[in-house]
Design a protein around this ligand. Structure first.
Ligand code: KIV
Length: 280
């Protein structure tokens, strides 16, 4: 594992309420973690990796083993950022004890700093159980991708007054249970603003406006790597998919035309630099 110097800690993040916005991006691999590490406060090993890396339609098929493999990979590239690993679907919802077993295994086997789980009022007991036993929990309310089937799709949450009230109650319950930060996904600006002022912990928004105490996005989305669709809340800071395609095409063309490899890429291609293997 990479030696961690002045790494951002869970208490550092918890103390950022109302301060400089928390910068969070997802990370799934060592090379990307190395590139991102110095620039972000949090690298989230999100279960979005099921959709982004494995081509799944939802996050429901992601396993604990997958999260651990990618959590370990990100930890190898993390010196500075706080690393949070998602608990995947069906690995924690059953009971606080089940959640503890999964979270403890994830923390032991990856070395990550904290775990994230989705849920509101119904998960507050579990969050309290973990927090009381030394497992830092990042909550996640609003649009909860692991509940996509129950929600009937990836729709904006808290649109009417009742739904907004329930969402604010979810946020308060998770904060009161001891979560150190709270992801608020896919809701209206006034609801995100109300949540942010109602809870004492930093909120980290995704599709939840600038009213939050920080922001998180899926890194492949901001890089233009995940081109299947671009949600309204994503800003693309690069368009890497066409660049990658152009590079792959150039390589393929050069292999087919024998322009690659050139002498400069070969061992012993220069006259007299290799032992004579063939007599004659
Ligand atoms: O799985 C994920 O990447 C997430 C974030 C986008 C919040 O939960």
């Amino acid at each position: 594992m990479t030696k961690r110097k002045n790494a951002v800690t869970v208490p550092d993040l918890a103390a950022r309420k109302g301060g400089t916005p928390i910068v969070c991006l997802t990370a799934y691999t060592t090379p990307m973690a190395r590139i991102m590490d110095a620039h972000v406060d949090v690298m989230l090993v999100g279960d979005s990796l099921g959709m982004v890396l494995y081509g799944m339609d939802t996050t429901l098929g992601v396993s604990v083993d997958m999260m651990i493999a990618h959590g370990r990979a990100v930890m190898r590239g993390a010196e500075h950022a706080c690393v949070v690993v998602d608990l995947p679907f069906a690995s924690y919802q059953e009971s606080p004890a089940a959640a503890y077993r999964t979270a403890a295994r994830v923390m032991q086997e990856t070395g990550c700093d904290a775990v994230k789980l989705e849920g509101g009022v119904e998960m507050a007991e579990t969050v309290a159980f973990l927090a009381a036993r030394g497992i830092p929990v990042m909550g996640h309310v609003g649009l909860k991708p692991q509940s996509v089937k129950a929600m009937g799709g990836f729709a904006v949450q808290g649109k009417d007054e009742d739904a907004a009230r329930r969402l604010i109650a979810d946020a308060k319950a998770i904060a009161a249970a001891g979560a150190f930060t709270l992801v608020v996904e896919g809701t209206m600006e006034p609801v995100a603003r109300a949540i942010t002022s109602a809870v004492p912990i930093p909120t980290i928004g995704i599709g939840a406006s600038a009213a939050c105490d920080g922001q998180v996005l899926v890194v492949d989305d901001i890089l233009g790597l995940f081109a299947d669709f671009t949600p309204k809340f994503v800003k693309r800071y690069a368009e890497l998919a066409p660049e990658i395609e152009a590079a792959v095409k150039a390589y393929a063309d050069e292999v087919r035309s024998r322009a690659f490899p050139g002498d400069e890429h070969c061992f012993g291609a220069k006259r007299g630099t290799a032992p004579k293997l063939i007599k004659g």
